[in-house]
Design a protein around this ligand. Structure first.
Ligand code: PRP
Ligand code: MN
Ligand code: MG
Length: 182
């Protein structure tokens, strides 16, 4: 729905801003992958929105989609860097041009594990597209080819980003009201 829940403090990116930026990212991807088959690998569950919208914004004619579900070991809200595969790809990556699609990179730990895991499967190329990036990730040692927006280090929800599985389906990105976590 489009009503703003009371748990939402401030909208940082509107639906329109996200759609505009996605169009620009899709044009970059189209240009870079001209003449090459492209395999998009979405990381469940957060990347569902950006996968659906980015893939449909592409003009590219030979785009395939596959999905991985991963989970960080350890408790708490921070990822530990030790990752467990909950659902692996159906696709053999050997010789494929692979673009990992993420909603957000925070510590960069999930992604750096994923990159080394997928690299070992022999893809022809491996790049990353993320809709959002937190400041810590910008400093992490992961090479991200396509970045939608750099965002502040706040509790964010919407467009795939969840707070305890809530608010993923909001079409915009917003900060969470402070009373929820302070
Ligand atoms: C979130 C997000 C990224 C990851 C980024 O996923 O979607 O996949 O965390 O964090 P990091 O850079 O610190 O590793 P989460 O594990 O919450 O699962 P979800 O996509 O199902 O929400
Ligand atoms: Mn995720
Ligand atoms: Mg999450």
């Amino acid at each position: 729905g489009s009503a703003q829940p009371s748990d939402i403090a401030k909208v940082l990116l509107t639906e329109e801003q996200i759609a505009t930026r996605l169009g620009e990212m899709a044009a970059d991807v189209d240009r870079d992958y001209q003449g090459r088959d492209l395999l998009l690998v979405g990381v469940l569950k957060g990347a569902v929105m950006v996968m659906a919208d980015l893939s449909r914004a592409l003009q590219h004619e030979t785009v395939a989609m596959d999905w991985m579900a991963v989970s960080s070991y350890g408790s708490g809200t921070r990822s530990s860097g030790v990752v467990r595969i909950l659902k692996d790809l159906d696709t053999d990556l050997e010789g494929r041009h692979v673009l990992i699609v993420e909603d957000i990179i925070d510590s960069g730990l999930t992604l750096s594990w994923l990159i080394s895991n997928l690299k070992s499967r022999g893809p022809a190329s491996l790049e990353v597209a993320t809709m959002f990036r937190k400041p810590e990730a910008a400093q992490a040692d992961v090479d991200v080819r396509y970045v939608g927006f750099d965002l502040p280090n706040e509790f964010l929800v919407g467009y795939g980003l969840d707070w305890a599985e809530k608010y993923r389906t909001l079409p915009y990105v917003a900060t969470l009201a402070p009373h929820l976590y302070s």
